[in-house]
Design a protein. Structure first.
Length: 210
């Protein structure tokens, strides 16, 4: 009650500074501002009873409005801080180890390709370039995956983290398929190369060419 009296006294003391504004106009403006604050708080999931409490702010003076503003800021802070924490369902998502498995397989398969016999220097140069690009992609994938499953790195919802993990998984799956296809092509090329060399040697033998 003392707060209400104090607010009313303050309001009347400031009457002279309102000039052409009537008290009704002044109160209507303040009521609009109060309603705006209430709508803002409602947008962040405050229950109806809290909104009702906030609507009575005009009776309690502008100190209460400041408290609501601070409360809104706290809601904002709590929301964004929660985005920095990783839900165990995200870090335990089945595609997380799937990505790691693809990365390891890509690196192992490339080592096998580069160790194949009968590769020419140009073959090795090309394969090293491709391997370098793939290794860079794998490192980027692991780095992003680590950040997505670690606290205090990204401000993301669980769904956003899952979608980005899905994107990494799809990319690594495609690159693994490419490496498998490349390995098959290299093997076929080398087999053909050996066959051609054997045919040449046989032809030389048959025609007595040294």
């Amino acid at each position: 009650m003392k707060k209400i009296i104090l607010v009313l006294c303050t309001s009347f003391a400031a009457w002279g500074s309102l000039h052409a504004q009537t008290f009704a106009e002044w109160f209507e403006q303040k009521k609009t501002q109060i309603q705006y604050l209430i709508n803002q708080i409602a947008a962040y999931g405050v229950y109806a009873k809290d909104l009702e409490k906030g609507y009575r702010v005009a009776e309690k003076g502008w100190q209460t409005i400041n408290e609501i503003k601070n409360g809104e800021l706290n809601l904002h802070t709590a929301f964004f801080n929660s985005l920095l924490l990783v839900n165990p369902s995200v870090s335990g998502y089945s595609r997380v180890p799937g990505i790691i498995s693809y990365v390891v397989s890509i690196q192992n398969d490339f080592r096998k390709i580069l160790s194949m016999p009968n590769l020419y220097p140009d073959d090795i140069s090309y394969l090293n370039n491709v391997s370098g690009k793939m290794t860079s992609d794998c490192l980027d994938a692991i780095n992003e995956l680590t950040n997505l499953t670690s606290d205090n790195v990204f401000q993301l919802t669980d769904d956003q983290r899952i979608r980005r993990i899905d994107s990494i998984y799809t990319k690594m799956k495609d690159e693994y398929a490419f490496v498998q296809s490349l390995a098959g092509s290299v093997q076929a090329m080398l087999a053909s190369r050996v066959s051609d060399q054997n045919n040449i040697q046989i032809s030389k033998y048959l025609f007595g060419i040294k």
